[in-house]
Design a protein around this ligand. Structure first.
Ligand code: ARG
Length: 465
């Protein structure tokens, strides 16, 4: 390739007419993939070193190319690089600039590679780094949640099913449920590393290359764990993109569910938590309002994450092997999901640092709705040797009695209880104590204070690692 006059694309000697103006404008990806410049240059340097090691290019040319690439990197960092949208993408921009800087010898850099393997190599390197960034952000969030949990081991609240009061739990136990969700997210991102660690570089356009390249060398130098095994699949495969986008979506679901929960708890109807002024916004007409907009933002943004995943699924559906232009959109979708997820996780972390718990309200809500009913049924199984179904029935009758008389379970006297179930002794009354109930749930994963304390300690230790 010679240096083109007027910045013509390198295929201008074959394709005589300029491509359609509109397509030239929309078909490029430079604005999106310039973000990969660092990865592109690193991979190109390693590719060049490999070409030299394999005696495909000589020492002088290798040095010139490496010098040029390092200089280009500096130019981009210092914002002095002459980006040109006519050159389609970051790869062509860098290659063209290399010609400007070192002349004809720049042409050796594209020996035994294609943009098809080049772009996935860059992308995989970027995704590995970003996977690490996300897991770090998840760790920071987890550490905040653990702090909130630690302060709330003895905070009693109702656990809900169907949003109806169900059984008493510790608020810390609730917060620890979020830790589990984010722990799974971390794992989901990490699981994708196996695929991300397969090195695509060297499969060239789709069939491999006749040059005696060393893919193990580039694999090692670029911190991959093995070269990919099938050149055709390599340039066509975007499963690692799907997995990343799915991991982002699953994590967004968790964020959204938590946001929704906090919105409900912060409502005047529930009033279980208070968001401080840092994380609310006002109304333009109602002076009294403090709205949980940041939480609503988090819930809303989940939609765009799903959208990106569905776009990628749809792009891949029906796409034959191997490379097609359709695939170019993968980067925009991933960058959007990644950026949004990082913002959302960081914002959620800030929200967790800026709310307080209305312990009194939580307790008072936990006193409504006969939350210790299951405990009473369990008690009869243990003490009266009833089958659970019989105890369940007797308990329901006791609750009906309490309801008819406008009482809670703990208001009942032993005489009243004995009207329904004569065998019960006054020892049963302790069952209606919420703390007693919580503390009795000692089964693995249960809400007892001791369990939670242990869990928090263990997770704190793990999270520090
Ligand atoms: N910008 C392109 C992309 O992101 C690079 C690969 C181009 N390959 C090709 N055969 N046109 O997909």
């Amino acid at each position: 390739m010679t240096k083109n006059k007027n910045n013509q694309p390198i295929w201008s000697s074959r394709i005589k007419k300029n491509s359609n103006n509109l397509f030239r404008k929309v078909g490029g990806s430079l604005d999106i993939d310039k973000r990969l410049f660092n990865e592109d240059i690193s991979a190109s340097i390693v590719h060049t070193e490999m070409l030299f090691k394999q005696k495909i290019i000589n020492f002088k040319i290798k040095n010139k190319i490496v010098w040029g690439l390092n200089r280009i990197k500096n130019e981009i960092i210092k914002k002095k690089f002459p980006f040109d949208r006519n050159l389609e993408d970051i790869h062509m921009n860098i290659e063209k600039r290399l010609f400007d800087l070192i002349g004809e010898d720049a042409g050796f850099i594209h020996t035994a590679r294609s943009r098809n393997d080049q772009v996935i190599t860059d992308f995989k390197i970027w995704l590995k780094k970003s996977t690490f960034e996300i897991t770090k952000t998840l760790d920071a969030l987890t550490s905040t949640i653990l702090k909130v949990a630690d302060k709330n081991i003895k905070t009693v609240m109702p656990g809900f099913t169907h949003l109806k009061n169900a059984q008493p739990i510790s608020f810390a136990h609730y917060m620890m449920a979020y830790v589990e969700m984010f722990k799974r997210d971390k794992k989901r991102f990490k699981n994708n590393l196996d695929a991300l660690n397969e090195n695509p570089l060297g499969v060239a356009a789709l069939s491999g290359t006749s040059f005696n390249i060393d893919r193990n060398f580039t694999t090692k130098k670029l911190n991959f764990s093995k070269p990919t095994d099938n050149s055709i699949d390599t340039v066509s495969d975007r499963d690692f993109v799907l997995d990343f986008l799915y991991a982002c979506s699953a994590c967004s679901i968790h964020i959204s569910r938590i946001a929704e929960e906090f919105i409900i708890w912060n409502s005047d109807a529930y009033n279980l938590i208070n968001l401080n002024d840092k994380i609310v916004t006002g109304s333009s007409i109602m002076p009294q309002k403090k709205n949980p907009d940041p939480l609503e933002y988090l819930r809303g943004k989940t939609g765009s994450s799903f959208g990106n995943l569905f776009s990628m699924l749809t792009i891949l559906k029906g796409l034959p092997l191997s490379y097609f232009k359709d695939l170019q959109d993968d980067k925009e979708l991933v960058f959007k999901s990644y950026d949004q997820l990082k913002i959302s996780l960081t914002l959620l972390n800030d929200i967790f640092k800026n709310f307080s718990v209305n312990k009194k309200e939580m307790l008072s809500l936990a006193n409504k709705g006969y939350l210790t009913a299951t405990d009473l049924a369990d008690y009869m199984v243990r003490e009266l040797n009833y089958p659970f179904r019989k105890s369940y029935l007797q308990t329901a009758k006791i609750i009906n009695f309490a309801e008819r008389n406008g009482k809670s379970l703990s208001d009942l006297t032993i005489n009243e209880i004995n009207k329904v179930e004569p065998k019960l002794k006054s020892d049963v009354l302790k069952i209606f104590d919420l703390n007693y109930s919580i503390n009795s749930k000692t089964s693995h994963g249960g809400t007892s204070f001791g369990n939670i304390k242990k869990m928090i300690r263990r997770y704190k230790k793990n999270n520090e690692k």
